[in-house]
Design a binder for this molecule. Structure first.
Ligand code: ADP
Length: 333
């Protein structure tokens, strides 16, 4: 059995996040609807002693898709092989991966939307009938062959659900969307992670951090790690509210969790374009960033937080966005 991540494993992400991950479904706080569905889905398959159906998890980065894949592995008592769609650029790479699976294994493919369409087609019979359909040889000599695969479970994760083809989507038995976390839930997540880091945090301090993590456990984890360093070096190891606030200020995180680049972006729209609307290419030039970075990394949370809107004419600050930037500017003057 192959218990180690195979070729193409997102090892860095695994190493970094692993220590803070919830291991059991009952430790998974928030996104309760998704957690409940996963729990029932896994328990039902276990009770019927059947292979687990394929699972697709989607939603913004850092909300717990990878954690849930590992929880499914734990709860189902299976081995997991981890890879990313980026590393499955050729049919032979996916074919080799599928051939390395054992009965009952879980194959976790992060960023599954990145698998090219011609490679993805190999997945359809693999997921539906556990068959690998291949063409052997070239030209006139080529012939089709079909190999039986062990019954495995694919857990796919994506931030871009809309980019998945409908034949692929239709092969998943459980499709679930993860949402940004409510403040109460994220506060619990912060307390859970603090315990794992060996930090004693009272509820109000955990809440202070959660308020600035934009509904995202991974951001909360990053803030917590930074604060642990800051408190150790600059606050005599004492976790108190002033220490936490100073630590957050040091890296430019404001009271709603925006960082300096977020604020600069909103300020450009206000100062140089009277609050918008303004085309994204203009903004990319002013900010010195690529359009794709702006669209995929910067804007999603600003839009979710109700600070920015995309209109047909371009980007525009909302009333809330305008109020926030004006408040920040007043604080600076
Ligand atoms: P994604 O795969 O969606 O990008 P991850 O599963 O890698 O997100 O989660 C990022 C980090 O947040 C991990 O360190 C994980 O421990 C933590 N995390 C995510 N969701 C939860 C949760 N519901 N409860 C506790 N920690 C969580």
């Amino acid at each position: 059995m192959n218990a180690n991540p195979p070729i193409g494993t997102t090892v860095e992400k695994l190493k970094h996040d692993h220590a803070l991950r919830p291991k059991k479904i009952d430790e998974f706080v928030g996104n309760k609807e998704v957690a409940d569905r996963v729990k029932i889905f896994v328990q039902a398959a276990k009770e019927r002693k059947e292979p687990l159906g394929h699972v697709l998890l989607y939603g913004p980065p850092g909300l717990g898709k990878t954690s849930l894949a590992h929880i499914i592995k734990e709860e189902f008592g299976a081995n997991i092989l981890v890879t990313t769609g980026l590393l499955l650029a050729k049919t032979k790479e996916l074919a080799a991966l599928l051939c390395s699976l054992n009965e009952g294994d879980i194959l976790f493919i992060d960023e599954i939307h990145r698998i090219p369409k011609n490679v993805e087609e190999l997945l359809y019979p693999a997921l539906e009938d556990f068959k690998l359909d291949l063409m052997l040889g070239d030209g006139m000599q080529s012939r089709a062959t079909s190999i039986d695969l062990p019954k495995f479970t694919l857990v796919g994760a994506t931030t871009r659900f809309g980019d998945l083809s409908s034949p692929l989507r239709s092969r998943f038995q459980l499709i679930a969307k993860l949402h940004p976390y409510e403040l109460e839930d994220l506060t619990q997540v912060v307390s859970f992670m603090a315990k794992k880091l060996g930090v004693e945090l009272c509820g109000s301090m955990a809440r202070l951090i959660a308020e600035r993590a934009r509904g995202t456990p991974r951001l909360a984890a990053n803030l917590l790690r930074w604060l642990r360093d800051y408190i150790t070096v600059c606050n005599g190891g004492v976790w108190d509210q002033p220490g936490i606030l100073q630590g957050l200020k040091k890296i430019g995180i404001d009271e709603i969790g925006l960082d300096p680049v977020d604020r600069r972006y909103l300020e450009i729209i206000l100062d140089e374009h009277q609050g918008g609307p303004v085309g994204v290419s203009n903004l990319a030039t002013s900010l010195g960033e690529k359009i794709t970075t702006i669209e995929e990394v910067l804007e999603p949370h600003l839009i979710t937080m109700g600070l920015l809107k995309r209109t047909q004419k371009g980007r525009e600050l909302t009333v809330k966005g305008l109020a926030h930037i004006k408040k920040i500017k007043q604080g600076e003057s």
